[in-house]
Design a binder for this molecule. Sequence first.
Ligand code: PXP
Length: 239
Amino acid sequence: MPRLGVNVDHVATVRQARGTTEPDPVTAAALAELAGAGGITVHLREDRRHIQDRDLEVLRRTVQTRLNLEMAATEEMVGIALRVRPDCVTLVPEKRQELTTEGGLDVIGQAAALTATVERLRAAGIFVSLFVDPDLAQIGAAQKTGTDAIEIHTGLYCDAKTPQKQASELVKIEQAVRIGRQLELAVHAGHGLNYHNVRAVVALGGIEEFNIGHSIVSRAVLVGMERAVREMVTLIEGG
Ligand code: PXP
């Protein structure tokens, strides 16, 4: 059965908007696990725009399932990963100006550096995944780095504006899953998945882990709104 890794970055985004202590992504992670999440994912960015070092450290002590750290393959982040020891590191490209991760790694162009990073992380007992586009050449290069897994970027499928484009992007994901498994890699998938588009990807089979964040946090805000307002109305009117 595939597992759901819940990405709690955007709980931290709301907290950072005010610079206070709530909502705490650590509490959100615990609730996600109670609801059946098979893992918790966070992206510690160079600019610390959402997840903070403290979040990662507390999550390492509290996550009961699997802690997956998404990070750029920089010296700073590798040092943090080797100290905190998440269960899994997913290496992603990172640009300062981007709103979110915009695509997969250029594994072919950065083969030597990525191979060295994969080796250092794996030597510390950390399971390593490389975030790649559904591109067969990049997946072949990923396997040569010695990585344990690939995470297939589903963003183009999710952003497709027409059913035809969506169908053709889904075919690319299907081929990527097949090649990844033939190369004996664990296959994960993520980015842009939501309550409408996830089932077709699940139906492909062969994907062990889905990492989903924005749509879950967005829905949590809406399904939780009524209760949150009722509780405040009770305090005000009931007082
Ligand atoms: N997987 C990777 C590698 C990501 O960078 C992200 C975004 O942080 C996700 C999954 C989750 O994407 P989304 O928030 O769109 O569900």
